[in-house]
Design a protein around this ligand. Structure first.
Ligand code: NAG
Ligand code: NAG
Ligand code: NAG
Length: 353
C-alpha cells in the first residue's frame, strides 16, 4: 500500500536468487550484524541473508542475534583453520552471503559447511544461555545420570536443549521455506544440518571443578559442557572425508537419500551426504568454484594433504627463503621482568607452481 510496487521481473529475479542461494546466507551477518546493537526490531530489516522465518525469529527474540552473529564469525574462522592444509581451504566462505558454486551446489564442501554452521548456531546459543546472556534461558538442566562417587552435579552447564531447539529452527528455516531450491539439495542439507547438531550433541562432556582445602579436590562439582567449535569441526572433517554420495529418489511412499553405489551401507544419522562430485581444486575453474592451488604454501616433508606433492597436484613448487624475527635468549630479571634478544633466522618456504 504505502510501498512502491516492485516490478514483477525484479521480484522474480530476487526470488530466483534466493532460491538458488545456499541456506547459509546468514553467514554474511558477520559484517552487517556486528554494526548494529540488536536492541530494536528494525535492526532485523537491515540484514541481507535472512529468510522470512529468520526475520520473524529475529523480531521475536532480538537478544539471540548476538549468538547468531558470533556463530557466523566462528563458522568462518574455524572452517578456514580446519581446511588450511587442504586444496579447498574454505576461503570462499568469506564471500557470504554471495557464495560460489563450491558452496551453492550439492558438494561435499557444502555438506561440511552446512553441518558446521548448524552446529555453530546451537553451540553459540547453548553457551549464551549458560553465561546469562539470554533472557529466555539459563543453565542446562541437571543431568539425569547418577553422579559418580567422587562428585556432585553443580555449576552451570551449557543449555544444549535450548540451543538445539532454537538453533534448528534458525538454521533449517531457509531449507523449509524456499520453494525454488531443488528438493534434492534441500533434503541433503537438512540431513547435513542434523548431522552437525548430532555430532555436537554427542560431544557434550562432563567438566569439573575442584574445591576443598588447597586444591585437594575432596569436593568436586561437575556439569555438562560443550568442547570448543574447533573440535566439532575436526570431527566433521573426518565425516567430510568419508561422506557418502547419494541420490534423492522414491523409496516406498516418499523420496529419500539413498547411497548412489549399490554396495554402500545405508546412510546413518551421523554420515555427511552429497549429491555431486567436486572438482579436484587443482586448477582455477570459476564455473566449478575452484580457485586452484597455484601460490599456495606447501610442506616439503609432509606426506599429507599439505605436502607439496598433493597440494601442488604434481606441478612442482618454488622455494624461497624468508627471514623470521623471533624473541630469543630471554633472561629473567629480579623482579619481575624478562628481557629478550631478537634473533633472525632464515626459513625455507615452498609454494605451488
Ligand atoms: C540501542 O543501543 C544503542 C547503542 O548502545 C543506543 O544508542 C540506543 O539508544 C539503543 N536503543 C534502544 C531502543 O534502547
Ligand atoms: C586459500 O586458497 C586460496 C586459493 O588458492 C588462496 O588465495 C588463499 O591465500 C588460501 N588461504 C590460506 C589461508 O592459505
Ligand atoms: C611439515 O610436515 C612435517 C611432517 O608432517 C612436520 O613435522 C613439520 O612441522 C611441518 N612443517 C611446517 C612448517 O608446517
Amino acid at each position: 500500500m504505502g510501498r512502491p510496487a516492485v516490478p514483477a521481473a525484479v521480484a522474480a529475479a530476487l526470488l530466483c536468487q534466493l532460491g538458488l542461494s545456499a541456506a547459509i546466507r546468514w553467514l554474511g551477518l558477520t559484517e552487517s550484524g556486528s554494526r548494529v546493537a540488536w536492541n530494536e526490531t528494525q535492526h532485523c530489516r537491515l540484514l541481507a541473508g535472512l529468510v522470512p522465518d529468520q526475520f520473524q525469529m529475529c523480531r521475536r527474540n532480538l537478544e539471540v542475534m548476538h549468538s547468531i552473529v558470533r556463530a557466523a564469525t566462528d563458522t568462518k574462522s574455524v572452517c578456514q583453520k580446519t581446511f588450511a592444509d587442504m586444496r579447498w581451504n574454505c576461503s570462499s566462505i568469506q564471500r557470504a552471503p554471495a557464495f560460489g558454486p563450491d558452496l551453492l551446489k550439492g558438494t561435499r564442501e557444502s555438506a561440511f559447511v552446512h553441518a558446521l554452521a548448524a552446529a555453530a548456531v546451537t553451540h553459540s546459543i547453548a553457551q549464551a544461555c549458560a553465561s546469562g546472556e539470554l533472557p529466555l534461558c539459563s543453565c542446562g538442566s541437571v543431568p539425569s545420570e547418577v553422579p559418580g562417587p567422587d562428585f556432585r552435579w553443580g555449576g552451570c552447564g551449557d543449555n544444549l536443549r535450548y540451543g538445539l531447539q532454537l538453533g534448528a529452527a534458525f538454521a533449517d528455516s531457509p531449507l523449509k521455506s524456499s520453494k525454488l531450491r531443488t528438493q534434492a539439495i534441500k533434503a541433503m542439507n537438512l540431513h547435513n544440518n542434523a548431522v552437525g547438531r548430532q555430532v555436537l550433541s554427542d560431544s557434550l562432556e562432563t567438566k569439573c571443578k575442584c574445591h576443598g582445602v588447597s586444591g585437594s579436590c575432596s569436593v568436586k562439582t561437575c556439569w555438562k559442557g560443550l568442547p570448543n567449535l574447533g573440535e566439532i569441526a575436526s570431527d566433521l572433517k573426518s565425516k567430510y572425508l568419508a561422506a557418502i554420495k547419494v541420490t534423492h529418489r522414491l523409496l516406498g511412499p516418499r523420496k529419500q537419500l539413498i547411497p548412489k553405489e549399490m554396495d554402500v551401507r545405508p546412510v546413518k544419522e551421523t554420515d555427511l551426504v552429497y549429491l555431486i562430485n567436486s572438482p579436484d581444486y587443482c586448477t582455477v575453474n570459476l564455473q566449478l568454484g575452484s580457485l586452484g592451488t597455484q601460490d599456495r604454501q606447501c610442506n616439503k616433508t609432509s606426506v599429507g594433504s599439505d605436502g607439496c606433492n598433493l597440494m601442488c597436484c604434481g606441478r612442482g613448487y618454488n622455494a624461497y627463503t624468508e627471514e623470521m624475527v623471533e624473541r630469543c635468549h630471554c633472561k629473567y630479571h629480579w623482579c619481575c621482568y624478562v628481557v629478550c634478544k631478537k634473533c633472525r633466522r632464515m626459513v625455507e618456504r615452498y609454494v605451488c607452481k
